[in-house]
Unconditional design. Structure first.
Length: 365
């Protein structure tokens, strides 16, 4: 057992929105950790149930538990509230209806202590629909596959010999409670994206990978993340999840410095947007293109992928020159279109010349 003396402090951030019935189980799983030096932050995301009463009872029972109350802003807002209030060297994010195996933090703290170059260590997941330990099964994300005894999707992805950023661009690599994160990763990458009400953890891991944070998969059956399978959970609403997936890709684009990664992000997002139907598809694709703009994306849009890079680059430069001589009213219209996409005006062009529509009117004459 890892005692408190000399052990690094781990902050466990638990956003809670109307999950009072599950909160004691989640907090109990944290307080039962063999790593004892803990700071547990329950962040009430504007709940309308009896979360306040339950959380207050939990804080009174153990001095390591603190209760933070906020307005309803979504899971990212609640996690950011916790991050701003935490003092731990390592951060564990845990949803209020999930749990952790008893030795998870001890194993992962030891791994990060032994591997200072690793910023995020993550492990395997086990799903459960009951509090009975023996009923828990390894499973894929689809609830229908729970009884098949399938290998964990997290483990299956982890063994693939590809860079973690490439894997993440295809799909998420783990639930939010699998990783343990060094606090300095937050300083390096920034806070959680509060515009996303779903897929926000995937978008955050993507930004971490794009920033060069080193991920490591280190699994032990005694140290798994535990995820409660709930039929009405947000993750089972496929249409909503798909919409937020596209939004996450739009948000991610400016953080990708490699044009190949931007192209992959754009192509994936375009396909996912098309699957959502015609309504709003064109606007989503335009926003994806603006967020991920670079020569390969420009070529993809024009159907020039078979042309030489030199040809594509020449067309790209020609368009830049044309924009510089456009009438002011047209440039203003382009700027309005860009702002309507919800993106800032100083997006990176992956090393290309500044976009004239990003310049003040007098500079783009």
């Amino acid at each position: 057992m890892n005692g408190t003396k000399g052990a690094p402090l781990v902050t466990v951030i638990i956003p809670c929105y109307n999950d009072a019935e599950y909160l004691p189980y989640a907090v109990g799983a944290v307080l039962s950790q063999t790593h004892r030096n803990l700071e547990v932050l329950i962040v009430d995301d504007g709940s309308t149930d009896n979360t306040t009463t339950v959380a207050t009872d939990l804080t009174g029972a153990d001095a390591r538990v603190r209760y933070l109350c906020g307005t309803h802003g979504g899971p990212s807002s609640a996690r950011n509230h916790g991050v701003r209030s935490c003092t731990g060297e390592y951060l564990q994010f845990l949803d209020a209806d999930d749990a952790l195996a008893p030795e998870k933090l001890e194993f992962q703290v030891a791994y990060l202590q032994d591997n200072p170059d690793v910023g995020i260590v993550y492990n395997d997941v086990r799903y459960f629909s009951t509090d009975d330990l023996h009923a828990r099964r390894l499973a894929l994300r689809d609830l229908a596959k729970h009884d098949r005894g399938a290998d964990s999707w997290v483990a299956a992805l982890a063994v693939q010999p590809r860079p973690v950023l490439e894997k993440l661009l295809d799909q998420n690599i783990c639930p939010v409670n699998c990783p343990l994160v060094r606090r300095d990763v937050i300083s390096r990458v920034g806070m959680w994206n509060e515009r996303l009400r779903a897929m926000e953890d995937w978008e955050y891991w993507l930004r971490c990978a794009a920033a060069g944070v080193v991920f490591a998969y280190h699994s032990d059956e005694r140290a798994r993340a535990l995820v409660r399978a709930r039929e009405r959970s947000l993750s089972t609403n496929r249409d909503l999840m798909s919409r937020y997936t596209v939004e996450a890709r739009i948000s991610l684009g400016p953080h990708l410095s490699d044009s190949r990664m931007r192209l992959a992000n754009y192509v994936h997002g375009r396909s996912q947007s098309r699957a959502l139907g015609a309504s709003g598809h064109m606007r989503r694709v335009v926003r994806l293109a603006v967020a991920n703009r670079c020569v390969p994306v420009f070529a993809e849009i024009l159907g020039l992928r078979a042309f030489s890079l030199l040809t594509v680059t020449c067309v790209w430069r020609l368009w830049g020159s044309v924009k510089r001589i456009l009438p002011g009213s047209v440039r203003h219209a382009l700027r309005r279109l860009r702002r309507a996409s919800g993106l800032p005006g100083n997006l990176s062009n992956s090393g290309s010349d500044p976009d004239p529509t990003d310049l003040p009117p007098e500079s783009a004459q």
